[in-house]
Ligand binder design. Structure first.
Ligand code: FO1
Length: 325
């Protein structure tokens, strides 16, 4: 049985990870792929339940996402936001007219008592998404950003309102101690046919870590036999999207793909079997392997759909090779 016929568990945040999740969905049958999205970025805004990473992945899988920003919907209109601004409402978080429908439906369904996983399944089904996209947890977890100024910011205030400008000295996940994995996530971890766990090229600190930190997730990942493979979100010292490189510098880590590998090894000993580096970082492969982590060097920058499919195929083939060793 090859990795392509075995199942795959992909852990993702927003835009960067969603690209690889799409590539994986084009390589694997729906029953062979579970995509778990970070929900630490979720927040209540204007009375609505907003789940940015779930929505980014959902729109990406449904081919609805805005191709320039990577979040929100393509061909969006902004009449709601303009009208809100006229009334003196909060407009720092851009909710498009089409996107708004998602948040209204989610909020309404959750108010009826449905879990976030159930509502996510219903939204995905309405958008004809066949692959399984699940939140990391049905319990609330909120990522908090600790600034060097002493201020503690809710994630979207840091990321969107303050444009990642504040220098940080840490982060934490409020509620993580009492959050449980959603059942589909646990089922995927226990699947005897699991062939790979892929940490998508999302922010290791505030997108992947909240997912890994739930309950005994890391222990379960270490104990099952499938290789755990991270794809570096840092290429040539730069984060392709978001503040990962800036955060690394502020947290006194080298902003490199090697720095990403070192972080995973230090924070989660024994978890990482391998990391995928971009060709631009080929010279770091030897240092990565000295950490006891296998390195695969391929093109990881995904600009086209073909790039997404190719990287997914490369990572799955790599997982297959690692499983045979
Ligand atoms: N990101 C922005 O940079 N600016 C926005 O105004 C913004 C609005 C927004 C609305 C809905 C949604 O689902 C996502 C949105 N995002 C926006 C993206 C999001 O804040 C981030 O990409 C993630 O939280 C980081 O992964």
């Amino acid at each position: 049985m090859t990795a392509a016929t075995k199942s795959c568990l992909a852990i993702t945040g927003g835009v960067g990870g969603a690209k690889l999740a799409l590539g994986l969905s084009r390589q694997l049958q729906p029953e062979k792929l579970t995509i778990v999205a970070n929900t630490g970025d979720d927040f209540e805004h204007l009375g609505l339940d907003i789940c940015p990473d779930l929505d980014t992945v959902m729109y990406t899988l449904a081919n609805l996402s805005d191709k320039d920003s990577g979040w929100g919907q393509a061909d969006e209109t902004w009449q709601f936001l303009a009208a809100l601004g006229q009334l003196g409402g909060d407009t720092w978080f851009s909710l498009g007219d089409k996107d708004l429908a998602t948040h209204v439906v989610r909020t309404r369904e959750r108010a009826k008592g449905k879990s976030l996983s159930v509502v996510t399944r219903e939204l995905c089904s309405a958008l004809n998404i066949e692959h399984s996209l699940v939140p990391m947890s049905d319990d609330p977890v909120a990522t908090l950003i600790h600034c060097q100024s002493g201020e503690v910011l809710a994630f979207q205030h840091y990321f969107v309102r303050d444009q990642c400008q504040p220098a940080i000295n840490g982060y934490s996940f409020s509620g993580i101690g009492s959050a449980s994995r959603c059942s589909e996530f646990t089922r995927a971890l226990q699947d005897p046919e699991l062939g790979s766990i892929i940490l998508c090229p999302s922010n290791p600190f505030v997108s992947v870590a909240p997912v890994l930190d739930i309950d005994d997730t890391v222990d379960m990942m270490v104990q099952q036999s499938a290789p755990v493979i991270a794809v570096s979100p840092i290429v040539a010292g730069v984060a392709l999207k978001g503040p990962a490189a800036k955060m690394m510098a502020e947290l006194k880590m080298p902003s490199t793909a090697l720095g990403v590998a070192e972080y995973y090894v230090d924070r989660y000993p024994g978890l990482l079997d391998a990391i995928v580096l971009d060709i631009a970082d080929a010279k770091q492969a030897t240092a990565v392997e000295a950490l006891g982590v296998q390195a695969l060097v391929v093109k990881t920058v995904m600009t086209s759909l073909q790039d997404r499919e190719q990287l997914a195929a490369d990572v799955l083939k790599f997982a297959e090779r690692l499983s045979l060793v």
